[in-house]
Design a protein around this ligand. Structure first.
Ligand SMILES: [Zn+2]
Length: 489
């Protein structure tokens, strides 16, 4: 078994060497170096555990930067335009672009809620898994599924469309839920990747977009195959108001009543959770994937991470997809998580500390991914997923406090090398397994082709925008009986 020692590096709390056997850390600190080990020189480098992205969408990478002022609801309206007509090669390519970006920006594992229209396929999931494996990154791959279109999901929205548009959005209908459950079962059953590297999960996209039998079926699948479950929970106020109209209770209460909330459950966003919802998630041992950058970008509000931590919820940090964050930079996500807590109010003792942010973006996210005992720490028994930051980079001149600088100063430009499972996947700023020039050419070809194919979908979006863009904000203006933790004050 190969041994590697990383010598002369510095951890956030001081200098230490790291001994690795195969893909796992066996010692950290000062120790006798066994003979014949491979040495990696880490002098002048700060080493930190690979950052873990608790919520993103691999299919979004080809749609990076396509829009500016859109709410979550406008983004969902734009989905046929931004994600339409994707070939299997596009799905692979879009994922690979994201994997390359995340590795280059110090992130070694992610929870990918990938989409295929009108239903997920074994081949599509396989293409996404292959992209992560080829790049050398870990991922939880969860097909994002629904059986109701966005227009069917929001009470009253379909009726607000003129008949001609109603007819047009009818073609956006998704596959029957039984077909989708069957496809997911096939994929889970025949999963061929090493589950320590690429593992499957289940993601009913937004509870309102799935009928209750479908949601229960997703819960059963996750139980049968021992996998994770993630959903967008109370991301926007439109969702929170719609849930009260449709279920007469909050989304968290509804998901819990259907038996979906447990230790394997991750609520993405949770901007509009109230105190009772948070207590419920905490009591079930669930996680929240906090995406403050996306929440600002889409005007969804600012989730109360302090309240979540006080309730005892495990909190991870995510970037969300590249169409609502426009990058997958976990350093930026950490910085925004810190700053977002600070604009919530003047009570500075309730602000999130840089240590808490770093903890969330490593160990917190690891737990949300179901890798809590394997990832997120540089300690014996954990996988050797390690980021090497160049202390000669201007971000680190001078080094006053490593944790503060990691969260508030670092932006990814000091990332020098990245190791995943003891293997270098980025070395001296070059990706070991991805040819960026090649994917740039492929992406440009795909972009041109998709732009052409989706011309009608774009035109449809343009006709829908004024209606959705009026109806949904009106819904969001309705009062919501939310106690102590209001997302807007
Ligand atoms: Zn999302």
């Amino acid at each position: 078994m190969t041994h590697t020692v990383i010598r002369g590096g510095r951890l956030v709390d001081g200098p230490a060497d790291i001994l690795i056997r195969a893909d796992t850390i066996v010692e950290v600190g000062t120790f006798q170096i066994p003979p014949g080990v491979k040495e990696v020189d880490a002098s002048g480098k700060l080493l930190h555990p690979g950052l873990i992205n608790a919520h993103m969408h691999g299919h979004g990478n080809l749609a990076k930067g396509m829009g500016d002022r859109w709410t979550l609801e406008l983004l969902l309206t734009a989905a046929p335009w931004t994600n339409g007509y994707r070939s299997l090669e596009d799905k692979y390519l879009s994922t690979l672009i994201g994997a390359a970006e995340m590795l280059m920006k110090g992130c070694t594992a992610c929870y990918d809620l990938m989409a295929e229209f009108p239903t997920p396929s074994v081949e599509g999931l396989e293409a996404v898994g292959r992209a992560y494996r080829d790049a050398g990154m870990r991922a939880v791959v969860a097909p994002m599924v629904a059986d109701l279109s966005f227009f069917e999901a929001i009470p009253g929205l379909m009726e607000a469309l003129p008949p001609a548009l109603q007819k047009e959005v009818e073609r956006l209908r998704l596959a029957p839920y039984r077909t989708t459950l069957e496809n997911m079962r096939k994929a889970l059953h025949g999963w061929k990747f090493d589950r320590d590297e690429i593992k499957p999960a289940v993601a009913p996209t937004i509870p309102l977009h799935c009928n209750d039998e479908f949601l229960a079926g997703c819960g059963a699948l996750a139980r049968d195959y021992g996998v994770g479950l993630q959903t967008h929970l109370s991301e926007s106020k439109v969702q929170a108001v719609s849930a009260l109209k449709k279920y007469g209770r909050s989304l968290a209460a509804h998901m819990d009543a259907l038996g979906l909330v447990g230790p394997n459950f991750t609520a993405a966003h949770g901007v509009w959770l109230d105190e009772e919802d948070m207590k419920r998630l905490s009591a079930r041992g669930a996680s929240v994937a906090h995406n403050p950058g996306s929440n600002m970008r889409l005007g969804s509000g600012i989730a109360d991470m302090r309240a979540m931590l006080e309730c005892g919820i495990n909190v991870g940090i995510g970037t969300d997809g590249a169409s609502s964050s426009d990058n997958l930079n976990m350093y930026e996500a950490m910085r925004i998580a810190s700053l977002a807590s600070k604009v919530r109010g003047p009570d500075w003792q309730r602000w999130i500390t840089t240590q808490e942010v770093l903890q969330a973006a490593t160990a917190g996210s690891a737990k949300a991914l179901g890798f809590g005992d394997k990832l997120g720490r540089l300690a014996p028994g954990y996988k050797a997923d390690i980021v090497f930051l160049d202390l000669g980079n201007v971000n680190w001149i001078p080094v006053n406090n490593s944790v503060n600088a990691l969260v508030h100063t670092e932006d990814g430009s000091a990332v020098h090398s990245v190791m995943v499972g003891g293997r270098m996947v980025l070395e001296n700023r070059r990706l070991a397994n991805v040819d960026l020039g090649k994917i740039a050419r492929e992406a440009e070809n795909a972009r041109e082709r998709l732009e052409r194919l989706n011309r009608d979908n774009k035109a449809l979006y343009e006709r829908l925008e004024p209606i959705v863009g009026t109806f949904c904000p009106a819904l969001a203006r309705q009062p919501l009986a939310i106690n102590r933790y209001a997302a807007w004050r």
